[in-house]
Design a protein around this ligand. Structure first.
Ligand SMILES: *[C@@H]1O[C@H](CO)[C@@H](O)[C@H](O)[C@H]1NC(C)=O
Ligand SMILES: *[C@@H]1O[C@H](CO)[C@@H](O)[C@H](O)[C@H]1NC(C)=O
Ligand SMILES: *[C@@H]1O[C@H](CO)[C@@H](O)[C@H](O)[C@H]1NC(C)=O
Ligand SMILES: *[C@@H]1O[C@H](CO)[C@@H](O)[C@H](O)[C@H]1NC(C)=O
Ligand SMILES: *[C@@H]1O[C@H](CO)[C@@H](O)[C@H](O)[C@H]1NC(C)=O
Length: 439
């Protein structure tokens, strides 16, 4: 007997449902950060803001790694010829590093763009080039803004707006007000992949601070000159940090270990560089790294204590509240800065060194590595890596491994930031240079 038409329609419907279900399942199975194929098509400029990102989490192997790029300085000499050439090399640096490392998060630690050179109509367009390596690898990133990200034609707020076109950006602004700057926020890191609602308790907190500087956007004095913006972490941000971190400790009933990122280092780094430790300064085997920016430039540099920046004062001391807050933070493993392209060491901030306003409590103060071909200096470009272990943190050992991956592929300055950092002996870091030969 011939099958009746009804049976064959039912069978067709069944097949269609199976097809649709498997198509839906295969869509669901796609990695969460795929901006190319998931859901609707991305916008013409590649931007995508549809679904929020999954919170950060440790890898299945129990580690979490941050790759820090600092002082990328995109957008110099934009009408050419050498500016676009050096930006191409900068993108190559990011690609070389990310190919070799297992980043769980990319941090862009300030001076993303050299804002005093860029035009108002497209000053943040450089973000597109900068984030392409992360989009290609489905990585997310989080930024702090630096003094060069603030100028007459650019601002942290505009960069944030541009970044937020991609869901891969985790940058936020949690403290309102003109004095706060923009990139002040925190990101919790959970022990394993979780959905938005039920993540349990974070095992690590990443704090991001805006040390501001540069000039205010589209503001001019009567004589037409730009209006300088203070170059330290504002007290309103310090208060927000103290309240928020106390709130987190109360909510979870324990100290959650943390890392902090801020573009400009504090005066404590200067004291450690010039006077710290027996014999003073940076020991090439105990604090391996390049130490060419001597004396380093710190928050409050060039400002007077009364808040004027007229070239009469070397340093105004306005970073003292921020230093106090950092020193008072239990479980803070390290504070990571850029700004001084020629410094790449980590120094343990423990106790009171002569000249220091605030005694340290064991956090490491670290520089990264100049990552961009823009900005001053020809020190070999690279990126500091920081890796944490869930097991170690759960033993209440507030430690991290860190090293610098160079664009050459080599690794230098591999150390453990632990209780004996500063006495442990490591190979010294060679002071290598690289150049843009087509610039
Ligand atoms: C911005 O505009 C300038 C001048 O029109 C141009 O030379 C430059 O390439 C543009 N930059 C970007 C990133 O689009
Ligand atoms: C700011 O941008 C405008 C318009 O894009 C340009 O004419 C001006 O030269 C820029 N200013 C600076 C300081 O680069
Ligand atoms: C800043 O550092 C310098 C150099 O170590 C030191 O002389 C000065 O007292 C420090 N000031 C503050 C407020 O930390
Ligand atoms: C601020 O202090 C500096 C240095 O002490 C001084 O030269 C300047 O006149 C002061 N400015 C004001 C507005 O008080
Ligand atoms: C710190 O790390 C170094 C290098 O891995 C190691 O030799 C040293 O024993 C560690 N110190 C502590 C207190 O664990």
């Amino acid at each position: 007997m011939q099958p009746t038409p009804t049976v064959s329609i039912a069978e067709m419907l069944r097949q269609i449902i199976i097809l649709l279900t498997s198509a839906a399942l295969s869509l669901q199975a796609l990695p969460p950060l795929n901006v190319q194929v998931q859901g609707q098509l991305p916008r013409a400029d590649g931007s995508d803001t549809r679904r929020p990102l999954r919170p950060l989490s440790f890898s299945p192997d129990g580690t979490f790694q941050v790759s820090i790029f600092e002082d990328l300085h995109f957008g110099e000499n934009e009408e050419g010829p050498w500016g676009p050439e050096q930006d191409k090399l900068t993108v190559k640096v990011i690609n070389e590093v990310l190919d070799k490392e297992s980043a769980g998060l990319v941090v862009l630690n300030g001076d993303l763009i050299t804002g005093e050179n860029t035009f108002q109509h497209n000053s943040t367009a450089y973000i597109n080039e900068m984030v392409a390596p992360m989009l290609e690898r489905r990585l997310s990133w989080a930024s702090t803004y630096g003094n060069h990200d603030y100028d007459v034609n650019i601002s942290g707020a505009l960069i944030l707006e541009r970044e937020r076109r991609w869901r891969n950006s985790r940058t936020m602004s949690m403290v309102p007000g003109r004095d706060a700057g923009v990139s002040n926020y925190y990101l919790p890191v959970y022990p394993r992949k979780c959905c938005r609602r039920d993540c349990g308790s974070p095992e690590l907190i990443l704090w991001f601070f805006d040390s501001r500087g540069g000039n205010y956007f589209q503001e001019h004095r009567a004589d037409g000159s730009a209006v300088p913006q203070p170059n330290w972490v504002d007290e309103s941000v310090v208060r927000w940090f103290e309240e928020t971190s106390a709130g987190l400790a109360a909510q979870y009933g324990r100290t959650i270990p943390s890392l902090a990122f801020v573009h400009i280092p504090t005066n404590a780094s200067l004291t450690l560089q010039t006077e710290g430790g027996p014999g003073g300064g940076i020991d090439p085997n105990r604090e391996p790294g390049i130490n060419d920016d001597y004396n380093l430039a710190q928050q409050g540099q060039g400002w007077c204590a009364n808040g004027t920046a007229d070239g009469t004062c070397a340093y105004g001391g306005q970073d003292v509240p921020f230093m106090r807050a950092m020193a008072a933070t239990q479980g803070l493993i390290g504070v990571f800065s850029g700004h001084d392209h020629g410094d790449t060491w980590c120094h343990r901030w423990d106790g009171l060194v002569p000249g220091m306003a605030v005694a340290g409590t064991g956090a490491a103060l670290c520089f990264g590595q100049h990552s961009g071909y823009g900005g001053y200096g020809d020190w070999v470009r690279g990126s500091r890596q920081v890796r944490l272990s869930l097991e170690t943190l759960r033993e209440r050992k507030w430690e991290a491994e860190t090293w610098i991956r160079l664009e050459t592929g080599n690794v230098v300055g591999a150390v453990t930031l632990n209780a004996t950092y500063g006495t442990d002996v490591y190979p010294a870091t060679p002071n290598d240079k690289t150049y843009c030969t087509t610039c």
